[in-house]
Design a protein around this ligand. Sequence first.
Ligand code: NAP
Length: 267
Amino acid sequence: MIPELELNDGFGIPAVGFGTWPMKGAEATAATLTAIEAGYRLLDTALVYDNEDAVGEAVRRSGIRDELTVTTKIPWDRLAYEDAREAFRESQAALGLDRIDLLLLHSPGREGDLYREAWRALVDLRAEGSVRSIGVSNFTPDQLRRIVADTGVVPAVNQVLLHPYQPQREVREVHTELGIVTESYSPIDLNPMHPTDLLSEPVIVEIAAAHDVTPARAVLRWHVQQSLLPIPKSGDAARQRQNLDVFDFELSSAELDAISALERTDH
Ligand SMILES: NC(=O)c1ccc[n+]([C@@H]2O[C@H](COP(=O)([O-])OP(=O)(O)OC[C@H]3O[C@@H](n4cnc5c(N)ncnc54)[C@H](OP(=O)(O)O)[C@@H]3O)[C@@H](O)[C@H]2O)c1
């Protein structure tokens, strides 16, 4: 069993999740099924990933839908109130699920403040019972404060790009203040569009060796030990298991600090 973090709406959420982008079709279904078999109970998809049908298929075939926390996201170009609601209905249909466990705004968008309307749409969807928990992604501290001031409703999570090179200290401070769980995307900094050599950093290789774990496990442990919720993606069953196997060793505070010292201000 994976430990859980508590959300500010009273629900629990698994402390590690499974990223599904950029997989699609049969590959996404097969990988999601092996991830569920490995023990993942939090799945991360989005309307723009164009794989909700494949993820939904895996959810049905798993036979344990009620044990899963299925996350999807409203696209950044669908933020007007009715557009957001319509995008949600498309996600529901693609996933083949009536109820979504965690619905996020994928991004506040580049211009304007339509995200404020979209947040109202999420608040209403939750009140109507279609969604269990609501949150955001890629929101800045100011944007978080604005939607909380508008509605009085604090997002349960903010999913942000976060790994040792880019630890997002500023937004995490606001999360702590408001009671928002930090979800880390690209947690090992291997986004296929711009992967880095994070896992080859000597300090990480050394710490991993000291605990007899892989560099990926050491980095994921760095997240988990700080109550950051990483959602690594892997299409490979062995790496999926490895990425979840981060609860039986502990990094010292000196090791956590050494990994945190990799922070880059130019990243
Ligand atoms: N909210 C947003 O704006 C946003 C943006 C980007 C991503 N995301 C979400 O976050 C998830 C994860 O982010 P990401 O895919 O960008 O980056 P990531 O999880 O840091 O890296 C994924 C890459 O790492 C490889 N990998 C996985 N486990 C490994 C291991 N133990 N050792 C070595 N390599 C390993 C994978 O290859 P294999 O598949 O071959 O193992 C894949 O190429 C996405 O799937 C998506 O759900 C959200």
